[in-house]
Design a protein around this ligand. Structure first.
Ligand code: PMP
Length: 364
């Protein structure tokens, strides 16, 4: 006999979030970086882990000061702002960073706002922190509809606004003028989620450059994508030191293991090598997008390491057809659209071959 558990009613019937982890020849479904770390980096990581292992009887540095110093130095080159260690915070993936932000700034009787289509985890952070969730819409080209965004903010007075830039699943980056207009209107914190920031096209700025002038702005980043460290679980934020102090109140003690800190520092020390692959992926993304458009499909202009394309009458058939040919992509986004992560040239060739075969069977 099973007795009912006292599960929170809003969790009853909910499923854990996550794309299928299938064993397929070509996995282009979770926006990972297809290039693993080089053997030289792997050797340095192994040495750093061995070093950390020698003191695993002790708790890690609770404040991850060395790692945060390295992250601040990295952001001064990629983001364009000189930040102190007290303006950077790190956690297990930017997912944990977001949850910490909602724990600190959301909560009962408070509202978080975002604009769809956008990252599907945002409503879950809100649900898990008892924060009211309000979602506005993006324009048909997936950009932020600024007048509408300002109306939603004026009506709901959110304590947190979440803006992904480049946005997942559309790849759309946000102009800094829009971020500044939202900052001026929003009464609370404005989070610009730059998980895919390093993949932005030349000339597209990072919101990190706005930080010195905006104490309620938070920019989140991750090492899961550009740094090819999805398995290492390291996300971080840059903001005013007041935001970092607030997040430190809700973090669990010793949340970031010594092993994670050591591995992330090695990856940062090898930033040149890790980021060289980013340029290749950006070029492959642009080629993929042009190819899709050449087929007569729509492909949303992307500043990320994926492309949203469509529009299919029956997108599931296309997705399934690709999977049947060993290529796993993501069935996500607005009706009729599919998202493909950018892989190696060989993986993208498999994707093109499979999609071409399907489109001769299933016209778009
Ligand atoms: N933000 C966005 C927009 C994402 O797409 C993802 C991962 N798919 C994340 C945050 C979280 O990434 P991680 O926890 O690996 O840093």
């Amino acid at each position: 006999m099973t007795e009912a558990l006292p599960l929170r009613p809003e969790l009853v019937g909910e499923l854990p979030y996550g794309a299928p982890q299938l064993d397929v020849p070509v996995a282009l479904n979770t926006n990972e970086n297809p290039y693993p770390p080089s053997e030289a980096t792997v050797a340095d990581m192994a040495a750093a882990v061995a070093d950390a292992a020698r003191s695993l009887n002790r708790y890690p540095d609770r404040d991850a000061l060395n790692l945060r110093t390295d992250l601040a130095a990295y952001l001064s080159t990629d983001g364009g702002a000189e930040l102190g260690v007290d303006q950077v915070w790190a956690a297990n993936g930017s997912n944990e960073i977001m949850l910490q932000l909602l724990m600190a700034f959301g909560g009962p009787d408070r509202t978080a706002v975002s604009f769809a289509p956008t990252y599907s985890m945002y409503p879950e952070y809100a649900r898990d922190t008892h924060t009211r969730w309000v979602v506005g819409r993006r324009r048909d080209d997936f950009g932020i509809d600024l007048p509408h965004a300002l109306d939603v903010i004026a009506e709901h007075r959110p304590s947190v606004v979440l803006l992904a830039s480049p946005n997942n699943p559309t790849g759309t980056a946000l102009g800094l003028a829009d971020v500044e207009a939202i900052l001026a209107a929003a009464p609370g914190v404005v989070v610009v989620d730059e998980a895919y920031g390093e993949f932005r096209r030349a000339g597209v700025p990072s919101a990190v450059s706005l930080l010195p002038a905006h104490p309620r702005l938070v920019v989140t980043r991750t090492m899961s994508k550009a740094f090819a460290l999805a398995g290492g679980r390291l996300g971080y934020l840059a903001a005013s030191s007041a935001v970092v102090d607030a997040v430190r109140i809700v973090r669990l003690p010793y949340h970031l293991s010594s092993v994670t800190q050591a591995v992330a520092r090695v990856a940062l020390a090898h930033a040149g090598e890790m980021l060289a692959a980013v340029d290749e992926l950006r070029a492959e993304r642009d080629r993929t997008q042009e190819w899709l458009v050449g087929l007569g499909l729509h492909a949303a202009p992307s500043d990320a390491n994926f492309v949203l394309f469509g529009v299919f009458g029956d997108r599931h058939r296309v997705w399934q057809g690709l999977l049947d040919r060993g290529v796993l992509i993501r069935e996500t986004g607005p009706d009729g659209w599919l998202r493909v992560s950018i892989g190696t040239p060989t993986e993208m060739a498999s994707f093109r071959t499979a999609l071409t075969a399907i489109l001769t069977e299933v016209p778009a």
